[in-house]
Write a protein that binds this ligand. Structure first.
Ligand SMILES: Nc1ncnc2c1ncn2[C@@H]1O[C@H](COP(=O)(O)OP(=O)(O)OP(=O)(O)O)[C@@H](O)[C@H]1O
Length: 863
């Protein structure tokens, strides 16, 4: 099947236009951006359009260009064979790698080659100007007429900023009245992220896809569910959000980050050359940077996302400081195990972690095969030096804390340190004061949190897992179904490219996601088992929810909707999960059926927390009421906290988010209203023909109920109250989840026994179910034609072959210093075990025969 066929192919059950999540797109900034007449401002529209032209079907994880860039970049690094990364080299290659993110693989600035955002930016300038010229005034008039001049400021802002806005009262009304037009199989939520509404109606047709049919346009990538996404073209640094944040223009483009210190620093020049032991001493004279704000030891909310990379790179003397560190470290110490005379044979017994996860610190014989074993080599490599291909001995970082201990104890069983000049051959260190060791700082971010006793040092690494298949690809992460080699247990491994995270300024988001997953311990929130990083990637190893997205389950219904009873079941579980998150001070902000996964039991699991935010100064909940009926006020947990990012998914975005006046945890109750509506009617209540219309409907239109599903008055009342445009009057804004739980719609729900309820349907792995991998394999065929396949394979190979980087190996200057590598202390025995006979590609949903009340599961399957 070629690409054209793919686009022309009618929608299949389970196939969808995935809804994408917005982040950081502020309508107000459209105005400033579009009205700017000089060429310095850029918009994310440029990214989108640029990507559409360039990405073709190259999408994949890193998407189009960046895919290629990444592989080129990877080839450009001198990739050492495994086991040979010493501190200086590791840092050096990391630095050049991170630098190349901004300067292109060959060091040239992307803007000069026309690949970067600047090029895209100028395109967008042209586009916006032409739109303004041709349409702006007409449309402003149209808007004002259709609203009787009664538009409130946000819409006016949009009109001004976008240059046009199609608002038709007629169309708006038709949204609610023709539900079947809105069948989810053909619907489309927000296109590429980030997006400006203005790009939707550009005169220029999209380069590929079925002409005139928006359902089949846009870029394509390996994700079978994700159309119209072009990651390579999404350059967040051009996002107008930066302007909104009041940043100076130079902050708009990552290409403009100041690297002058790099070229002007001779010390850095030396530093960038891979160093061999003993050659890094010059760096030790480099000045130490006086002040460096460690990103992640701050509260996440105190960091403006767009600042994070600037912060990281532009700290004066960043490189010198690194050089200094590496130099000091290498100059002073080296394990005798790392010196040529001690390379072979390896000592027979080394005390260390045996990597079986039980922390018993058992003794093991260290053999060459142990070192090369992917499953248990990591810790050995870590504790030992190993011999590189050329006979050159490269040091492996040891925990610095162990160095002085070894010296202090003077124990012959402990590994003594040796001066670099090799003068001491004695197993005992020379008497006298202990040499100064600059101890790498372990990140304290998650380790100081109250939940940190849930976790221990990481027990796995990328090599511990074997890929089974790609489960899905999100905005920045790729999620694989993997089995742990040692246990055969199945997990969902979400992998993020560090380069991509830096480039797209997502560092803060991944830290937030890690923190929320690590903090949470709730039956309806996906369990995080391990999180770790390698040189190039970040990994979140989560419980595998074999039922996949709830969205898919809805798609299996002919009318894409379910009965009121079933909707109540799911809505109650979502309410409980949101209540828990709010209790913890988190606002979820991206509720939608795609982010609700189905556990093998049929219960829900909330996932994807990259848009979530933690309220500053989260307070404890307050218990109110009498002994007979107590109410937990969870609203108070994030009381007074407002945040102003433009995040969410188009059809689910709350009015206050569009208005840009800040929002609170009440946005989650709005999205619960939309979700409940979508479960019952098969479409969302405010969907318009384009983003502008959708936003207008959200701001202006009252919710109307289709008659394609009979729902009770209580149910309608709940939806209306959740979809109250004024957030302060919305259900849930007084006491949080308690307001919702007391609504008559949930009267019969036994909240404390939710986990014991029988779910309406149970996911089943089957060879008869729909094969969700079909599209990915088509994509792969297509990719290989274009020569991209091999780079994807190469990328995946690296993902699963790199060594884990331990917390104390990651410099505190590193942007991912605070992505703690840790494993859940108690592994439950509940995870699925891999079976050879299953492709894990096909899932169907079986009615739950144990569900006692009202035969609702039958109703589910009748629809
Ligand atoms: N634990 C899991 N079990 C099964 N499938 C999963 C799991 N986690 C994620 N997936 C699949 O991978 C897809 C992408 O994951 P996720 O939404 O977390 O990525 P993302 O990059 O954060 O996406 P988004 O663009 O929505 O932010 C999901 O839609 C889902 O299909």
């Amino acid at each position: 099947m070629d690409m054209q066929e793919l686009y022309d192919r009618p929608s299949m059950v389970g196939e969808k236009e995935r809804s994408l999540s917005f982040s950081k797109l502020i309508p107000k900034s459209f105005r400033r951006n579009a009205s700017s007449s000089n060429g310095s401002t850029n918009t994310s529209t440029s990214s989108v359009n640029d990507g559409e032209q360039n990405a073709t079907d190259v999408g994949a994880v890193e998407g189009g260009k960046s895919e290629t860039e990444n592989s080129q970049r990877q080839e450009n690094y001198t990739r050492e064979p495994s086991y040979v990364v010493g501190p200086a080299q590791a840092q050096s290659s990391r630095f050049s790698r991170l630098k190349s993110i901004f300067h292109g693989p060959n060091g040239e600035e992307e803007s000069k080659t026309g690949n970067g955002s600047n090029a895209g930016g100028s395109e967008s300038q042209v586009e916006i100007r032409s739109i303004k010229k041709s349409k702006s005034s007409d449309l402003e008039e149209e808007v004002i007429q259709s609203h009787g001049g009664d538009l409130d400021s946000p819409i006016e802002a949009s009109v001004e900023g976008l240059g046009r806005l199609h608002i038709s009262e007629h169309k708006t009304r038709s949204v609610g009245s023709s539900p079947l037009d809105m069948a989810p199989a053909t619907r489309k939520r927000s296109p590429s992220t980030p997006i400006m509404p203005s790009h939707l109606d550009t005169a220029e047709p999209r380069s590929r896809g079925k002409q005139g049919n928006r359902e089949h346009t846009g870029s394509f990538n390996t994700n079978p569910f994700r159309h119209d996404r072009d990651r390579s073209a999404t350059i967040r640094s051009n996002n107008p959000y930066f302007i909104y944040q009041g940043l100076p223009p130079h902050a708009l483009s990552s290409q403009e980050l100041d690297y002058s210190f790099i070229s002007s620093s001779s010390k850095l020049g030396e530093y960038l050359v891979p160093t061999t032991p003993g050659t890094a001493s010059t760096a030790s004279t480099a000045p130490i940077v006086k002040d460096h704000r460690n990103l992640s030891n701050l509260s996440l909310n105190k960091i403006k996302e767009n600042e994070e990379v600037n912060e990281f790179y532009s700290s004066d003397g960043f490189a010198e400081r690194r050089g200094s560190k590496a130099g000091n470290f290498l100059d002073r110490f080296e394990s005798p195990l790392l010196t040529p005379e001690n390379t072979e044979p390896f000592p027979a017994i080394v005390v260390g972690c045996d990597n079986d996860g039980d922390e018993d610190g058992g003794e093991f014989a260290l053999t060459q095969s142990a070192l090369s074993s992917p499953s248990n080599g990591n810790n050995y490599q870590r504790d030992m030096g190993v011999k590189g291909d050329l006979g050159q001995i490269k040091p492996i970082l040891r925990r610095a804390a162990s160095v002085p201990d070894a010296l202090k104890e003077n124990s012959p069983n402990k590994t003594p340190l040796k001066q670099r000049d090799g003068s001491s051959s004695s197993p005992f260190p020379p008497a006298g004061p202990l040499p100064e060791v600059e101890e790498p700082k372990r990140s304290k971010r998650l380790r100081n949190k109250s939940f940190s006793n849930k976790f221990r040092d990481i027990t796995v690494g990328p090599q511990s897992f074997e890929k089974i298949r790609l489960l899905g690809q999100g905005d920045v992460g790729k999620v694989y179904l993997v089995k742990e080699k040692r246990t055969n247990r199945l997990y969902a491994l979400k992998i993020f490219s560090k380069a991509e995270m830096i480039k797209r300024k997502k560092i803060k988001r991944i830290l937030a996601e890690q923190e929320i997953l690590a903090t949470s311990n709730h039956p309806f929130i996906v369990t995080l088992y391990h999180s770790f990083q390698s040189e190039d990637y970040l990994y979140l190893c989560m419980e595998y929810c074999m039922g996949g997205e709830f969205f898919r389950a809805l798609q299996t219904r002919k009318t894409k909707c379910i009965s009121e009873d079933d909707a109540r079941f799911y809505a109650s579980e979502v309410t409980a999960a949101l209540e828990y998150l709010h209790l913890m001070g988190f606002i979820y902000r991206d509720l939608k059926p795609e982010n609700i996964l189905l556990h093998k039991s049929g219960h829900i699991m909330l996932s994807d927390f990259d848009l979530s935010i933690q309220a500053k100064d989260a307070k404890d909940p307050v218990v109110k009421g009498t002994a007979q009926s107590t109410i937990l006020d969870t609203r108070i947990c994030s009381d007074g906290f407002r945040t102003n990012s433009f995040v969410g998914t188009e059809e689910y975005i709350a009015p206050e988010v569009i208005r840009g006046n800040g929002h609170t945890a009440a946005v989650d109750w709005w999205t619960l209203g939309i979700l409940t509506y979508e479960m019952l009617f098969g479409f969302t209540p405010f969907k318009g023909d384009n983003t502008n219309e959708t936003f207008c409907n959200i701001l202006k239109s009252e919710v109307t109920f289709s008659n394609n599903n009979e729902v009770s008055r209580a149910c309608k009342d709940l939806i209306k109250k959740l979809l109250t445009k004024n957030e302060s009057k919305r259900l849930g804004s007084r006491m949080g989840a308690a307001d919702i739980k007391r609504h008559p719609f949930f009267k019969k729900v036994q909240w404390s026994l939710l986990r014991n309820q029988e779910p309406p349907l149970i996911p089943v792995l089957t060879e008869d179910g729909y094969d969700f991998t079909k599209l990915s394999s088509n994509k792969n065929k297509q990719s290989s034609k274009n020569g991209v396949h091999s780079s994807l394979e190469e990328q995946e190979r690296i993902m699963f072959e790199e060594n884990v980087e331990y917390d104390d190996e990651v410099s505190d200057d590193d942007p991912f210093h605070d992505f703690n590598s840790m494993s859940l202390m108690k592994q439950d025995n509940n995870s699925l075990i891999y079976g050879n006979n299953n492709s894990y590609g096909k899932i169907s949903y079986a009615p739950n025969s144990n569900r006692s009340r009202s035969n609702s599961h039958k109703g589910f399957f009748k629809r």
